[in-house]
Design a protein around this ligand. Structure first.
Ligand code: PLP
Length: 526
């Protein structure tokens, strides 16, 4: 072996096959440190900090003092810090790599948003402060509301909903209130296309409606003949996603709006995919009555474990009177919050369906969304939609020769494949997705929408570069080739490089262990 004068090897030593040493004594893999649950680390008898015994303390709890130990882990500050940093390193994040989850719009959240959301005047306020001290925050909510109404061409928006599904609840409750006001309490059927997001039928049922499914036609869109045949005087509404979850624009949307209105029903549009059309299409022009917008998808605010959501819901003239409290209003130079239903009735003659939230707004989300809008401007927002669609079509074009595209033609913001290309390979959509984890990619959305078999739904968003998309496509093409060449071990064992291997996902979803108990630890760790 070549050595320098201090006896240090001056060239790499030829080592045996590293495969044999891939398991370590500690369980850690280099910089990927093994980490148990904080309760498994325990150290319950210790306290992480030294607190002096209080002198002369007289308890006023009258015998209600805690008798048993509180049972909190007693780690020191550096131990606690390391615990959470190690956990965070096991997390996949949009700041780490491409996150191609279809229907989720996982796009980069500009740091400018974060800077503004942390301004003390916006981040350090409390919902119970006197209104006179939060005028700037109200103005910000009002301005964001203005731009949401402008972008959708609608006369009214409720800023209260705290997520997309909550926005659906807001919209469907307004529809129910409007029907009740018309005395039409028998209209309780809601038409839901097969490609709908799972939250749509769930919301309809939650609001006391029954759902009636409309199948997709051969092009992946609403089957118009079936839709027409289902219209009737018990139909309350249609809940339609546009662009839909097959990544396709519903071409007949205006006709759908006209027909549902003629039949006396309302048009709920799931606008979670607004990212694909923002600046290009105003849903109000298409005849929608209510639509939620996921600020945390279209306007970049982080989500999916990264932060809370926000789902403002816009309304047509017909539903505007039923918009819930609370909301902000402007009177000259002053802003105020309308919090009580009676106040709303007195002010505008409206008939709010109730109070949707205790405290108004997701201030951080509002600030990020407005910051995103202002920094992009109207031309920039239009480009967001155009680039998102371009990127998805680039992926579709690069992969469709080897993987099977679910439908003919181009797509909107997401590209949908089915599992025909894996036929007879012994590899399923799930195995394919797990192998992607080993390649350093978060898998795409799988087995959704239900319209196609073994669905793989890829949404790259506009924030990925062409080089990044090429690396991603090259990897998927290599995996496709491996599956076809019979390299099934690569898939069936995957992921082998992830902190957690194959899990019993059904059991994890159906019987999750959410509280730590000493005797259950072994079971939870399985
Ligand atoms: C994300 C999404 C929703 C639900 O939004 P949440 O904020 O997760 O509640 C509803 N519909 C569609 C089409 C979506 O993509």
């Amino acid at each position: 072996m070549a050595m320098n004068t201090q006896g240090r090897p001056s060239r790499p030593v030829h080592a045996p096959d590293p495969g044999a040493y891939s398991e370590t004594f500690s369980g850690s893999k280099g910089l990927d440190q093994a980490e148990p649950l904080i309760f498994e680390r325990g150290d319950f008898d210790n306290c992480g900090v030294d607190l002096p015994e209080p002198k002369g303390l007289k308890t006023r709890l009258d015998g209600l003092e805690r008798k048993s130990a509180i049972g909190l882990p007693g780690l020191s500050e550096p131990e606690t810090m390391r615990h959470y940093v190690r956990l965070s390193r096991k997390n996949y994040a949009i700041d780490l790599g491409l996150y191609p989850l279809g229907s989720c719009t996982m796009k980069h959240n500009p740091r400018l948003n974060e800077k503004l959301a942390r301004l003390p005047g916006l981040s350090d306020i409390h919902p119970m402060q006197p209104q006179s001290t939060v005028q700037g925050a109200f103005e910000l909510i009002g301005e964001l509301a203005h731009w949401l109404m402008t972008l959708t061409n609608t006369p009214c928006v409720s800023m209260s909903p705290k997520a997309g599904a909550h926005g659906e609840l807001c919209g469907m409750m307004a529809i129910r209130a409007a029907l009740d006001a018309r005395g039409e309490t028998g209209r309780r059927r809601v038409l839901v296309p097969e490609s709908a997001h799972g939250t749509n039928p769930a919301t309809a049922v939650q609001c006391g409606f029954v759902t009636d499914e409309i199948p997709a036609d051969a092009s992946g869109r609403v089957d118009m003949e079936v839709f027409k045949s289902k219209l009737g005087d018990d139909v309350a509404a249609i809940m339609l996603t546009n662009p839909n979850t097959c990544g396709l624009f519903e071409r007949d949307i205006k006709e759908i709006a006209d027909l549902i209105h003629e039949a006396g029903g309302y048009f709920y549009c799931d606008g979670a995919n607004f990212n694909a059309i923002v600046g290009r299409v105003r849903p109000g022009d298409l005849g929608i009555d209510a639509m939620h917008i996921n600020l945390h998808k279209t306007f970049s605010t982080p989500h999916g474990g990264g932060g809370p959501g926000s789902g403002p819901t816009v309304f047509s003239e017909a539903l505007a009177p039923f918009v819930p409290v609370p909301y902000v209003i402007q009177d000259g130079e002053t802003w105020a919050m309308v919090e009580h239903e009676q106040e709303a009735r007195d002010l505008s003659g409206g008939e709010p369906f109730g109070r949707l939230v205790a405290f108004h707004g997701q201030m951080g989300m509002f600030t990020r969304a407005l910051s995103y809008m202002m920094s992009h401007g109207s031309d920039g927002l239009r480009q967001v939609a155009e680039d998102a669609v371009l990127n998805a079509n680039y992926i579709l074009a690069r992969l469709r020769g080897e993987m099977t595209a679910a439908f003919e033609g181009t797509c909107m913001h997401e590209a949908l494949f089915d599992d025909t290309f894996l036929k007879d390979t012994g590899v399923s959509t799930l195995d394919f997705a797990k192998a992607m984890i080993d390649e350093g990619y978060h898998p795409m959305t799988m087995y959704f929408p239900l319209v196609v078999h073994g669905a793989l739904l890829i949404e790259p968003t506009e924030t990925e570069s062409k080089a990044g998309l090429d690396r991603f496509c090259d990897t998927l093409l290599k995996l496709t080739e491996a599956a076809r060449d019979g390299d099934t071990g690569r898939f069936l064992n995957a992921p082998v490089h992830a902190p957690a291997k194959r899990l019993d996902e059904t059991r994890a979803a159906r019987s999750p262990v959410l509280t730590w108990r000493e005797d259950e630890t072994a079971q939870a760790a399985e």
